[in-house]
Write a protein that binds this ligand. Structure first.
Ligand SMILES: [Zn+2]
Length: 446
């Protein structure tokens, strides 16, 4: 029989005393039962807030926690779980070192499960760890809540974007704050009023607001005024994505006008209007992503409809110039505004006026501004994932993507552990092929 000190080292139990260990058995086979208790300093603490609290009662008696397997042996820890009377939380089960409050698994088991679940299906993880997929989903919920609470999303912000988004078909609004450096949403609040933005700055606090260097927004006064008041040092930028959106909307207005003219009235259609139908996407997409048919549509617009094509060129030029930084960008913008102003296309003239209303913000954008939506250079490729402390991910060696001729499949490895009978309920009626494969796997495992 192994000594308790060896068990203690093998299980990596911190702030815990191992009282005894024995091999026991249940219907699933043998397991190692380890009796533990918290060290004196870790005992009698509230399970929710970890503060010391007086003893309340014995609670529900002895509790069991599943630990990480030792080799092929399942590990169960068991300990008394008295309740303490926390001044904040009232009578609560005392904290158990190395286990989350309310969990029947050790923290090490839960972290391993969550880490694996990030790379495999919950049912596969359940099978490997000899538990149920329900337990896996409960563990994921707890680990995510734990990590989210430990992480201050508002820490270290310098370049942010404040944006409004509509949901429920535009009946409700959210203000979302994006961290341009990590690309993550760090805050959101309901509404689209001054008070919503003020609530964000209240959560941020004056010290962290003073550390902001750039704030991009869509040019709305209710955002700009609050930013000017709470973070006066931050450079305010007009979000390039929104500015391009305004010009694209203007182009769409011109297109709809032309289409209605071709139809000769609402609800009717003519050969010309039918041919014009694909124009929306041809005009909307970036030129380098057009398919041959869309290119043809664009060419026919150029030949037959000068104002619409001019509006298209204006949109494309605006999209290009907004990416050019510094003085060149400023010069191009001034030229663009002049061109748009005398384009004689009402929608474009209107949008040029709108852009002129935000000269400082747009110049800031051209100088240094981040965009609320940053597209990778090569849009057909996914950008590499940003480091994110909230996410559990496994580093994998980069490998060239092969379309054909993959490496020959290696024979299935023999699973190190016997497979369990726990299975995802959906998987119960699997195809005969799947069942045959699994029968084979079970034979490997036996
Ligand atoms: Zn408490």
């Amino acid at each position: 029989m192994l000594g308790v000190r060896v068990i203690h080292r093998m299980l990596g139990l911190e702030r815990t005393v191992v009282e005894a260990a024995e091999i026991a058995a249940d219907e699933a086979g043998e397991y190692l039962a380890v009796a533990v208790r918290p060290r004196k300093k870790a005992a009698r603490r509230c399970g929710r807030c970890q503060t010391r609290a007086p003893w309340y009662n014995n609670g529900g008696g002895r509790r069991w926690w599943r630990g990480l397997d030792l080799g092929t042996l399942r590990v169960w820890l068991h300990s008394d779980a008295p309740r303490v009377n926390c001044p904040v939380h009232g009578p609560t089960v005392a904290a158990m070192p190395r286990a989350r409050h309310g969990s029947r698994f050790t923290t090490a088991f839960e972290d391993t499960t969550a880490w694996l679940a990030a790379h495999a299906s919950a049912s596969a993880v359940a099978e490997l760890l000899r538990t149920t997929w329900r337990a896996v989903s409960g563990i994921i919920t707890r680990v995510v809540a734990d990590r989210a609470g430990a992480l201050d999303r508002l820490a270290g912000l310098t370049r942010i974007g404040i944006d409004e988004i509509a949901y429920r078909k535009g009946h409700r609004y959210l203000v979302v704050v994006v961290d341009h450096d990590s690309g993550r949403i760090v805050w959101s609040g309901e509404g689209r009023r001054k008070q919503t933005v003020e609530a964000f700055f209240a959560a941020l606090g004056p010290q962290r607001a003073a550390a902001l260097t750039h704030v991009s927004a869509d040019g709305a006064d209710w955002i700009g005024d609050v930013v000017a008041e709470c973070a006066p040092q931050a450079v305010r930028c007009l979000d390039a994505f929104h500015a391009v959106g305004w010009v694209t909307d203007a182009l769409d207005e011109v297109r709809r006008h032309v289409w209605n003219q071709l139809r000769g009235g609402k609800g009717r259609s003519t050969t010309e209007s039918k041919a014009f139908k694909g124009a929306r996407w041809a005009l909307w997409k970036n030129p380098d992503r057009l398919n041959p048919q869309q290119k043809a549509t664009l060419a026919s617009i150029q030949a037959t409809n000068r104002p619409l094509y001019r509006a298209y060129l204006l949109k494309e030029q605006f999209r290009e110039l907004i990416q050019i930084k510094g003085d060149d960008g400023r010069l191009l913008l001034a030229a663009w505004l002049r061109w748009a102003g005398r384009s004689k296309i009402p929608a474009i003239v209107k949008v040029a006026k709108k852009i002129r209303r935000h000269p400082a913000e747009l110049h800031n954008t051209l100088d240094s501004g981040p965009s609320n939506v940053q597209r990778p250079r090569r849009s057909h490729r996914h950008p590499p994932p940003r480091p994110d402390p909230t996410r559990l991910r496994l580093r994998q060696p980069e490998r060239a993507h092969r379309h054909r001729r993959p490496h020959p499949r290696r024979p299935l490895p023999t699973p190190a552990r016997p497979l369990t009978t726990h299975r995802h309920p959906r998987k119960q009626q699997e195809s005969p092929k799947w069942l045959a494969q699994h029968a084979q796997l079970r034979r490997f495992a036996a």
